[in-house]
Write a protein that binds this ligand. Sequence first.
Ligand code: PSU
Ligand code: MN
Length: 304
Amino acid sequence: MAAPTAVRILPEIAAALAAGAPVVALESSVLAQGLPIPANAEAATRMTRAVARERAVPAIAAVVRGQPTFGLEPAELARFLAREGVHKVAARDLALAVARGEDGATTVAATLALCAAAGISVFATGGIGGVHREPAFDESADLVELARTSAVVVCAGAKAILDLAATMERLDTLGVPVVGFRCDELPGFFTTGTGIPLAQRLDRVEDVARAFRAHRALGRPGALLVVQPLARDDALDRAVVEEAVVAAVAEARVRGVRGAAVTPFLLAAVERATQGRSLGANLALLERNASLAASIAVSLASAA
Ligand code: PSU
Ligand code: MN
């Protein structure tokens, strides 16, 4: 499918899209805001390699000096990893980042918007944004973009810093199907489980591909959200994470952290409270999700 000229797509990715070959979109906000230096470079390497290992083409989304982009040149990636002057770009910020010629790292919401523009239908991330614990009216724009972008999105659930039950209810209302890949309950991002049951479970990549084809054939506007837990060895204890999150939310309240700064602040606070163990889990789940997304993209491409 011909890509609109508004999005710059690196040749390897454009060729794959034109040939109907598997492509996996990756977001850049997790690299420029979600993870510290140098773990962010490790995340980029592990995610892109995981996609390539499954024989799909990785496509990192970003706004590069005002240009919406899939695929970063090495020097551009280095700039984003160094994160100086790189803004966090959510859906609402896209047009302004372009108009201002900024470097922008795209969140799940903004990456989904670019996926729709470029015709990319599989996307891997760590954990989606959702309904915050407080204030509860702080809801990530990820949710509404998931409701309006037809794509398979692979994640480890919503980020543990959120109100997960409320986030699931919002996904329900928005008509976003949440499918457990080899799991029956919502994974807790850093933890394998949350006790929140899922209505749907699939155990095979081909079944996910089939479900997405049905979803698309029905003309459903939104995403198919595929959630998978990290491996037990990489997961953190639920009580440890919960305690860290409660402390992080309290600290954010005291410091008056608001808006787009909330999620990066809470992730960094949880990392400190778990002596960096949440960081190891975050890297592991990013790689695992990239790998599953790539297999789904391969399956979709082979049956096309
Ligand atoms: N997943 C991670 N780390 C992150 C994020 C996701 O493991 O930093 C980012 C994503 O880009 C997601 C964003 O879209 O956090 C949500 O931010 P907000 O709550 O402001 O919408
Ligand atoms: Mn918010």
